[in-house]
Design a protein around this ligand. Sequence first.
Ligand code: NAD
Ligand code: 89Y
Length: 343
Amino acid sequence: MTDLKGALIGCGFFAVNQMHGWRDAEGARIVAICDRDPERLKAVGDAFGIQRRYTSAEDLFADGGFDFVDIATTVGSHRGLVEMAARHGVATICQKPIAPTMEDAKAMVSACAKSGVAFMVHENFRWQSPIRAVKAAIDSGAIGEVFWGRVSFRSGYDVFSGQPYLATGKRFIIEDLGIHALDVARYIFGDATAVTARTRRVNPAIAGEDVATMLLDHDGGITSLVDCSYATKLPIEPFPETLMEVDGSKGTLRLTQGYHLAVHSKGATKLTNVEPPALSWASPPWHNIQESVALIQQHWIEALRAGREPDTSGRDNLETFALVEASYLSAAEGRTVSLAEVL
Ligand code: NAD
Ligand code: 89Y
């Protein structure tokens, strides 16, 4: 079977991981790249040997010659670029967060649906192998019926040096990182119906909130706590590990720092090391995230070939983005917000 051909827009900080992932992927390759910054375009083009280079997305789509586009720009450009791809009938992947507002996010999903093109949000944390291991342990029935859970990401890592824009936005941790933890909560515990959130800014040098705590009511009656912080200085820095606690009717599960998974059931505890492999191009401590980039890309290739909706399709991601919107609204108004209010 011939490889799917892809184009990547946005050759910045994170796109390098995506380019590595595509280089290793089976069944797809990147044939063209685009960035409005000529220096970034050259750096990525030279590093990955891509000859077709564009500083304008319009020109890229006008020339065509690819089956899908991978949009790795920051949030402000997502809607315009996804709608452009839909107009050209090109299947689309877009980085998280899908959009700055729910109105934009819905318009993007609708544009792709109207054009009949596949649309996936690059929501990769649920593809991390430790998170997959948690899901597999729950699905095995070992801890029985789940009634409570926690998804926790607490760190003091300096994310601002690599991603300076994170320090300047009115919104920070929920939109940037909490969005992943909220998606993991949906993936593990099911869709949520309501959120109660509290936020706080500890670091005076940034504009947005760097601490958030969210209480979720899930459809099936599970209660979960999703908490994230970039103001937490621990003796051993855990970035970028997502930790989990799950209580079930027959046992418990704990994913603790250092990628240790403990499943306690029937009076015995099974300990497993679920550290993801460091791929050849990995740069620890990012290897956890980097592996999930490769896995979500492989999922996209399989879904596109099979004509199946990807797990983190735009449609699915509206539910995750609704949790972001509901969390900000809840924190601003000091009340519980029903997801129906923001969807
Ligand atoms: P960045 O600012 O380093 O890179 C973005 C690039 O896009 C820049 O080079 C910019 O010139 C280019 N660009 C912007 N608008 C464009 C347009 N209209 N046409 C062509 N080029 C354009 O940003 P980043 O840190 O690489 O983040 C990109 C996205 O990736 C963000 O949405 C961020 O949230 C996301 N991200 C995801 C993960 C993850 O694990 N999924 C991790 C980090 C960042
Ligand atoms: O942008 C963020 C993401 O998606 O994963 C980690 C990150 O790079 C910094 O919070």
